[in-house]
Design a protein around this ligand. Structure first.
Ligand code: GDP
Length: 311
């Protein structure tokens, strides 16, 4: 079975990690959102890409969900003493990633190639691709004006009310090398439990043309990031509310309506099953909260079995 997983950061990385425990390296390609990439302190930072790679490599910080485990903060502490900006925390080990990535980008190496080289260095065996080598920037239309994503997400702690989103640069951006090929070969695309608005929508915008070419044999399955009307982490539920939609697994299924052949959501939302089936997709109810490696593997296994049924 060949699978393409679409992922943002934390939620996406956890399911991709589960899938990587089961599928062979040639069977899984994870395509990652780069809409929340930004430049900070002179570094080119790719938060979602790094979360996915660190997670697959077993190097991620399990408490924060971002950054590296066993991290030290010498640079950050000294930067703060000098009055430098400290709202975006970068650990010492993590900083090496940004330093080397920025150096390579400056000499013309594309992001996809850099990601491949880093994955090899970290021992990540399953392919990880940025959605595009061209910069695409998620812009948040908030009640007090338009904000760059990290400004909204980290600096302003998601406090501004959102009115909509714009993916700057998406019109001219091509999928990264390998993305179209992976989609052509895939039996199924799994939309991981990531934020639909700001983690998955940017990838879907980039993928529109190859998705449109999907033939009937291909299925698209999504896993809900919303459990019991709430997010496990992050602002997805708050965003739904501010956009006038009640946050729920149904709202997520409806968000991807027309694209999905199947939807996986939590037991706590089992009462939504008929409504979700009414969106013309198969429904599968299980425990979707991934608190440990076994949970990730178990959910991945059930999603793969469900795909078998849908196909
Ligand atoms: P971010 O860029 O780090 O915010 O990453 P994502 O978009 O991938 O992750 C945020 C989403 O993941 C939130 O909507 C969470 O509810 C969801 N999420 C995180 N952990 C889990 C989990 O264990 N299970 C499910 N179903 N969703 C999760």
């Amino acid at each position: 079975m060949k699978i393409v997983a679409l992922a943002g950061g934390v939620g996406g990385a956890k399911l991709a990690h589960g899938l990587a425990q089961i599928l062979e390296p040639g069977e899984l390609t994870t395509i990652v959102n780069t809409g929340d990439d930004f430049e900070h302190l002179g570094f080119y930072i790719c938060p979602d890409l790094d979360t996915v790679c660190y997670t697959l490599a077993g190097l991620a910080n399990p408490e924060t969900g971002w950054g590296r485990s066993d991290e030290t903060w010498n640079v950050m502490e000294n930067l703060e003493k000098l009055g430098g900006p400290s709202w975006f925390r970068l650990g010492d080990q993590d900083m090496a990633t940004h330093l080397e990535r920025t150096r390579r980008l400056r000499v013309g190496e594309p992001l996809s190639q850099i990601t491949k080289a880093f994955c090899e260095a970290w021992g990540v065996k399953h392919a990880v691709l940025p959605m595009s080598d061209s910069p695409v920037r998620t812009m948040v239309n908030a009640d007090d004006g338009e904000l760059a994503f990290q400004e909204y997400f980290v600096h302003r702690r998601c406090e501004p009310r959102v009115k909509g989103f714009r993916f700057d640069g998406v019109e001219g951006a091509e999928p990264a090398p390998g993305v179209k090929e992976a989609l052509d070969l895939a039996d199924t695309v799994i939309i991981c439990p990531s934020n639909p608005w700001v983690s998955i929508d940017p990838i879907l915008e980039i993928l529109r043309p190859p998705f449109a070419q999907f033939d009937g044999a291909k299925s698209v399955i999504a896993v809900s990031p919303i459990i019991g009307g709430q997010t496990v982490k992050g602002p997805a539920a708050k965003m739904y509310r501010e956009l006038g939609i009640e946050p729920s697994a149904f709202a997520v299924a409806n968000h991807y309506r027309g694209l999905l052949s199947g939807f996986v959501f939590d037991r706590r939302d089992a009462q939504l099953v008929e409504n979700i089936k009414g969106l013309n997709m198969r429904a599968y109810v299980t425990n979707t909260l991934m608190e440990c490696l076994d949970d990730r593997k178990q959910l991945a296994m059930e999603v793969l079995n469900f795909i078998g049924e849908v196909l």
